[in-house]
Design a protein around this ligand. Structure first.
Ligand code: UDP
Length: 466
């Protein structure tokens, strides 16, 4: 039967331009569009839109419509300007807000008015646009509930306690209803010095909580987590916020590959994995943003070699600078000596679920962490640097018991000896291996899919009756 998409609400899903936001935002957009009567428009920055859709999106089977917004960097993002204080947020608050406002207006004029704007975290400017148009907004939190709860309590009474002790790594903070977290386990924005360039990222989160507080009704938030993964954090805020735990969002490998900002390496790394023994390979990737310097590339190459285990390493071309030849050189050495394989970008979900992968050395981005837990069922070595990564490492090591957090310096630098020590520890731990397999069983894709679908249906029903 034809799905009459004018019968239910129209969601406008707005994503930050980064891969770690696009993956869960697109996942949600597709699942929302699977609910009868629902219309969905997906919007990310023009630069990212063009990378996902080098040609115009094909009309037809895809139930989601795509309309990009302009953030003032349509030709190319400039990471230096982005890193410089408030510069990018100024562009978002001005250019992107104007562009999104026009999109909302055009959709209304075309007889498809938006009923709810869903925005990935840090895109609070989109909630401001929604408010101007008299439309409700709901954040899509792409980090763990534990990080959200920490921010929420920080902005609701605990700011001075945390700030006064920010310099003491081991100072223990007790957020209501949660296990104690040390300063070094908190999202880095809560303890970063106000003079630091990165401190500007706290502003949009403070504004997000303020906007949520300003609603007449109890605010809602969608979080890529589940009650099994983070029961304490969810219940710690649930008297103030309606949490829709719609995770783990486990995208099918083909869908992940289709929505990637990077070209998949054409080396046959999956066939290479097929030739390796079960549970033997060290998979190492630091996600889409982290750029390794030359020394770090050398240290990792040495540490991996010293483990004596086969490895698959995602080393993006922008790493190793200023020696841009670094990744190819490292790859040639690894592959020449048959130590392992080095690729520029892979289908990570497919790699993590491969029987040969025994452990994942990761920067602990939330997408990577949930994929490892629920699709991979693999042990982890965490090398967190900033944002929510330390909190994700805390969950992985202390709460779920499936890995260890490596000692890294303030820049996240992982030295060869520490890499080897951690890999040896996790690969030698039958207990971590068995816990990791149990998590995969509990949260596996099929199991998660039913729960996620149910939670998304509840969310649509609640929005429809608001
Ligand atoms: N990813 C991928 N191929 C790679 C490396 C990463 O598809 O070679 C994907 C990974 O599956 C995850 C995302 O990129 O979904 C990275 O998101 P995460 O939150 O882990 O880290 P970020 O890139 O935001 O730092």
């Amino acid at each position: 039967m034809e799905n009459d998409r004018s019968a239910g609400p129209h969601f406008l899903v707005v994503s930050f331009y980064l891969q770690g936001h696009i993956t869960p935002s697109l996942f949600l957009a597709k699942r929302l569009a699977g609910v009868a009567g629902v219309r969905v428009t997906f919007s990310t920055a023009v630069t990212s839109h063009r990378l996902i859709f080098p040609a115009a999106p094909a009309a037809g089977d895809d139930p989601v419509s795509y309309i990009p917004y302009s953030d003032g960097f349509d030709d190319k993002h400039d990471p230096d300007k982005y890193a410089r204080g408030d510069y990018y947020y100024d562009r978002l608050n001005a250019d992107a807000a104007k562009s999104l406002s026009a999109i909302v207006g055009d959709l209304a004029a075309a007889g498809r008015p938006v009923n709810c704007v869903i925005y990935s975290c840090f895109s609070t400017w989109a909630a401001v646009v929604a408010r101007k148009h008299g439309i409700q907004s709901v954040p899509l939190w792409t980090q763990p509930a534990t990080a959200f709860a920490a921010y929420w309590h920080f902005f609701h009474g605990l700011e001075s306690l945390v700030s006064a002790n920010a310099g003491d790594r081991y100072f223990s903070v007790r957020f209501p209803g949660m296990p104690p977290l040390q300063i070094c386990d908190l999202p880095s924005l809560l303890t970063v010095s106000k003079e630091d360039d990165w401190a500007c990222h706290l502003g949009p989160l403070r504004d997000m909580c303020a906007i949520m507080d300003s609603f007449d009704k109890k605010p809602k938030i969608l979080i890529n987590t589940s009650t099994e993964m983070e029961p304490h954090a969810i219940s710690s805020v649930s008297n103030m916020v309606d949490v829709y735990a719609i995770g783990p969002m486990l995208t099918e490998p083909a869908a992940t590959a289709a929505a990637t900002l990077f070209d998949l390496d054409d080396k046959d790394y999956l066939q290479w994995l097929d030739t390796q023994p079960d549970d033997s390979v060290v998979y190492i990737s630091f996600g889409s943003m982290r750029v390794l310097n030359k020394l770090e590339v050398e240290q990792i190459a040495r540490g991996l070699k010293d483990t004596g285990r086969p490895y698959l390493w995602v080393l993006r071309r922008d790493s190793g600078s200023p020696d841009v030849e670094s990744p190819p050189t490292v790859a040639a050495e690894a592959e020449g000596k048959r130590l392992g394989m080095v690729v520029e970008w892979c289908d990570q979900v497919r790699v993590l679920e491969h029987r040969a992968v025994g452990c994942f050395v990761t920067h602990c981005g939330w997408n990577s962490t949930t994929e490892a837990l629920a699709v991979g069922g693999v042990r982890m070595v965490g090398a967190p640097m900033w944002m929510d990564q330390a909190t994700n490492a805390w969950l992985m090591e202390k709460d779920w018991g499936i890995g260890v957090r490596a000692e890294v310096d303030r820049g996240g630098m992982l030295m060869a000896g520490e890499l080897r020590r951690c890999v040896d520890e996790v690969m030698g731990s039958e207990e971590m291996g068995s816990k990791a397999r149990q998590w995969k069983e509990t949260l596996g894709r099929a199991a998660a899919e039913g729960r996620v679908k149910q939670r998304i249906m509840e969310f649509v029903k609640d929005i429809s009756s608001d």
